[in-house]
Design a protein. Structure first.
Length: 348
């Protein structure tokens, strides 16, 4: 997936904030419906202008929309608003009916989605993924949803590559997330992708949430028979984060918890949702992104400080994780650089 800017240029007379349209459907969960407004309503440019404009619309003419709480919400915009979106977000709903049961759109919902322009970025939170799937936007693509609904999603849409272990999936122009708080993770990721780590971190601080959560959904799935006084891998992770610039072996991490490598690896996957090696690579990629954005260190020095050893190794890992080279990433996201408002060329 190539990192690219979907937001309008934040300079010049033609400035226009990136428009995020949130689709409110009957049975909406108020918390998840409000996530995009909270996250995208915060980022501003150096001139104090909002980088995003968030608008809510219904699949019907303006009016009340039922929620799963003891109140309705009044939505002032109808489905034609979807035609104005740069990004459309579909939050969860408990009243998806045939979308959830048979994997088919209702005529009313299909007519509303027809307003979306080709090339619009699409995202879903929790069971909102069923809407994107039923509309055919996920055919042959990776996606996720709440772990409790992942099996149904895969059964209804076998052509989708469902990953129930992750908090969100970014497949370029279509993004999906797990349930509830994972919607916050997804929206922060979009801000980070559009405007860099510093902007996303600022939003996270103001929202009082972590800018990036470790691991995936596996850590939240209740086990049938939980082990009493279960040991954790927290100490090993903290130890590794303090020395990412050094070579770290699996044995070294297991020793921090006085576990065998086999037990440590199993426990790590249970807690974090991925292997220790995958986690280390993720942390080193995040460290490299931070250094590329905030320092003038050479690419070679960033590679050493992030623990990749060589610039070539870091280039391969960033290309795999982000779809861009270190130099391209820095040109796009380093504050004050000449290319801070440009697009990252794909495949360079």
């Amino acid at each position: 997936m190539a990192i690219e800017r979907h937001t309008e240029q934040p300079t010049g007379e033609g400035f226009r904030p990136h428009r995020v349209v949130v689709l409110a459907m009957d049975g909406a969960l108020p918390f998840e419906l409000g996530i995009p407004h909270r996250i995208f309503g915060r980022p501003k440019d150096a001139a104090g202008r909002h980088l995003y404009e968030v608008v809510t619309c219904s699949i019907r003419p303006p009016g009340p929309v039922r929620t799963d709480a003891d109140f309705d919400i009044m939505v002032a915009n109808g489905p034609e608003t979807l035609a104005t979106a740069d990004t459309v977000i579909v939050p969860a709903s408990y009243e998806l009916g045939p979308v959830f049961e048979q994997g088919v759109l209702t005529p009313e919902l299909a007519a509303a989605l027809a307003h979306i322009r080709p090339g619009t970025r699409l995202a879903s939170i929790c069971t909102g993924v069923y809407v994107l799937a039923a509309a055919g936007h996920l055919d042959g693509r990776p996606a996720t949803t709440h772990w409790a609904d992942a099996e149904r999603l895969q059964r209804l849409f076998p052509q989708i590559k469902v990953d129930a272990d992750v908090l969100y999936v970014d497949d370029g122009d279509v993004l999906t997330s797990a349930g509830v708080a994972a919607g916050v993770d997804l929206c922060l990721h979009i801000v980070r992708r559009d405007h860099g780590t510093a902007v996303a971190n600022d939003v996270a601080r103001r929202t009082v949430v972590p800018p990036h959560r470790e691991g995936g959904q596996a850590q939240f799935i209740q086990r049938p028979v939980p082990e009493p006084q279960l040991a954790t891998t927290t100490t090993a992770r903290a130890w590794a984060l303090g020395r990412l610039h050094e070579p770290i072996q699996l044995r070294d991490m297991a020793d921090q918890e006085s576990m065998s490598v086999r037990t440590f690896t199993r426990r790590f996957r249970e807690e974090v949702g991925i292997s220790p090696g995958q986690w280390l690579t993720q942390q080193r990629v995040e460290r490299a992104r931070h250094l590329l954005e905030t320092t003038g260190l050479s690419v070679d020095q960033v590679a050493r400080d992030a623990g990749f050893g060589t610039a070539q190794s870091m280039r391969q890992h960033l290309q795999a994780a982000l779809g861009v080279t270190p130099s391209s990433y820095r040109r796009t996201f380093r504050a004050g650089s000449d290319g801070v408002n440009g697009q990252v060329p794909s495949g360079t």
